[in-house]
Design a protein around this ligand. Structure first.
Ligand code: ADP
Length: 511
């Protein structure tokens, strides 16, 4: 080492500059330089290395090899950087120390021709007379640091681009409730650019009462220690043009490892359209409700007026029939009366059907099935007698089920059909079967039966399968089906398993 120093005529300078060397501690100085995790290199004015520490040699890939005497710029600086380094060297060797040359970053070439990025701190070596005799550079290898900074920058850029390209407004607030970051979507949301908002107090962009609500929620998150750390709120922001914009606001508070709040992140979207849709949906529902109410009222009024008028016609026809002695005339009056009676029953069915259509549910209570069977048979007693039919009810227990009294319409309809379509003098079997949580009622007649293709259709509205049979109203089974569905049961028809005819059945829940 001393040879090099003598060669460069810089020993006296080092003595002047460095207390270790001044006290003759050259070994100590060497150890210190070798241990430091930096490249320490001294060049003479001819750009030759006159001293380099061990760490520096290792960084450059030379291990213990001696590289003193080699030309620094031509051997260790890649071509791309040579011009700049040359400039720095010239400035320094002329004693000019500017901030641009005392701290400098450039690449250096290692033994295997790979490049390291080194951050240099340079100073001048002068002799006793103040003559510049060399340059001292100490440098950190910042290759890895720069690479990770580059990667971080790239990933930050990627996130920024991502944030800027999403349609949601993403923002970050510090604990003083000031915006520190906003993506570009904020411009289309409230008319301000991210730059205009960064650093501003968030409170200025919300109506006072809305901001209070948000602040309360944020404070709740603070006091709960972040459990939960997010909330969503529907609120309003003030647009640059003064308009209030409805938004939904998703807020998350970030905490450090000690549970202290760090910052607040939010995502907001304009919900003007959603609000408008919800409002119009609400309006439509209201309209629908009121139009349903109107329909109900209309149906009630019509059916009431029709029933009144048809009852008057029927009453007068009965009176007229009693007065009339002429057989032919009285036959016509009787037929007219039959027509009026059918009209009354049609109006009744239509009114029940329309009421059921407007109902959401029926109130159910525990009632005995047989009561409804009996009252229907009582109503149908004249028809049963006319056709000399025997109704065989094959049980007389108590069968309690969850029923609404309207269920009588089902019994009445199914029974009256069975009677209507049964031959004179035949039997109708009525069974009540226990299905566990349900009762199944079956009504078997020996009438014409129902073809397979019509078995489902007859439960539809106004479906009459035999056009010749025009006595029916075609609504009875549709009403029965609706009533049974309200009871949580089902209804259907099968062929009479014992012979000709059909078996109508329905189920009701026991409870
Ligand atoms: P309707 O008032 O016409 O009887 P329903 O809805 O009660 O109306 O019945 C629909 C159709 O189902 C009837 O027109 C008839 O063709 C058929 N039907 C109903 N019950 C029976 C039955 N027991 N036997 C044969 N056909 C039936």
């Amino acid at each position: 080492m001393s040879t090099c120093l003598e060669k460069a005529n810089v020993d006296s300078v080092l003595i002047a500059d460095n207390s270790y060397l001044a006290h003759g501690n050259t070994h100590l100085a060497q150890e210190y330089l070798d241990a430091a995790n930096i490249i320490f290199v001294v060049l003479n004015k001819d750009q030759e290395i006159i001293l380099i520490n061990q760490k520096g040699k290792e960084m450059l890939g030379y291990g213990k090899d001696d590289i003193t005497g080699q030309k620094w710029i031509s051997e260790f600086i890649p071509l791309s950087n040579r011009h700049d380094v040359e400039g720095i060297f010239t400035q320094l060797s002329h004693g000019k120390i500017s901030s641009s040359c005392s701290y400098f970053e450039n690449n250096v070439l290692t033994k295997d021709q790979s490049e390291l990025l080194v951050s240099w701190s340079n100073s001048i070596l002068s002799d006793k007379n103040g003559e510049v005799v060399g340059i001292i550079g100490s440098g950190y290898d910042i290759t890895a640091l720069r690479q990770s900074q580059k990667k971080q920058k790239e990933s930050e850029e990627l996130y920024r681009q991502l944030a800027d390209n999403i349609m949601y407004c993403v923002w970050l607030m510090n604990l003083d409730m000031e915006f520190v970051y906003l993506n570009s979507a904020v411009k289309s949301l409230i008319g301000y650019s991210p730059d205009e908002l960064t650093g501003s107090k968030a409170a200025s962009f919300f109506p006072r009462d809305e901001w209070s609500k948000i602040q309360i929620k944020i404070n709740d998150v603070f006091t709960s220690g972040g459990n939960p750390d997010t909330f969503v709120i529907d609120t309003y922001v003030i647009h640059k043009d003064g308009k209030l914009i409805p938004i939904d606001l998703w807020v998350k508070v970030f905490f450090d490892d000690d549970g202290m709040p760090l910052h607040i992140q939010g995502v907001s979207t304009d919900i003007t359209e959603r609000k408008a849709m919800a409002n119009s949906l609400k309006e439509e529902t209201e309209q629908l409700k009121s139009s349903n109410e109107m329909k109900k009222l209309f149906a009630d009024t019509i059916s009431h007026d029709l029933v009144d008028s048809a009852s008057i016609v029927s009453g007068f026809l009965e009176y007229l029939a009693d007065l009339e002695d002429n057989e032919d005339k009285s036959k016509v009056i009787r037929m007219a009366r039959m027509g009026a009676t059918k009209l009354l029953s049609s109006i009744n069915s239509a009114s029940i059907f329309s009421k059921l259509e407007n109902e959401d549910e029926l109130q159910l209570q525990k009632l005995d099935i047989l009561e409804f069977l009996d009252s229907s048979l009582e109503r149908l007693a004249p028809n049963i007698a006319d056709k000399e039919i025997y109704v065989d009810i094959r049980s007389n227990d108590v069968f309690v089920a969850e029923l609404n009294p309207i269920i009588e319409e089902v019994f009445f309809n199914v029974l009256s059909n069975s009677i209507k379509y049964s031959p004179n003098g035949s039997t109708i079997d009525v069974d009540i079967l226990d299905l566990g949580d349900m009762w199944k009622l079956t009504f078997t007649d020996s009438g014409p039966g129902i073809s397979d293709e019509d078995k489902d259709l007859i439960f539809g509205r106004l479906k009459r399968v035999n056009p010749k049979n025009m006595h029916g109203r075609g609504l009875g089974l549709a009403i029965a089906k609706k009533i049974i569905e309200f009871h949580g049961g089902s209804i259907g028809v099968t062929d009479n398993s014992q012979g000709v005819g059909s078996t109508f059945w329905f189920t009701v829940l026991k409870q």
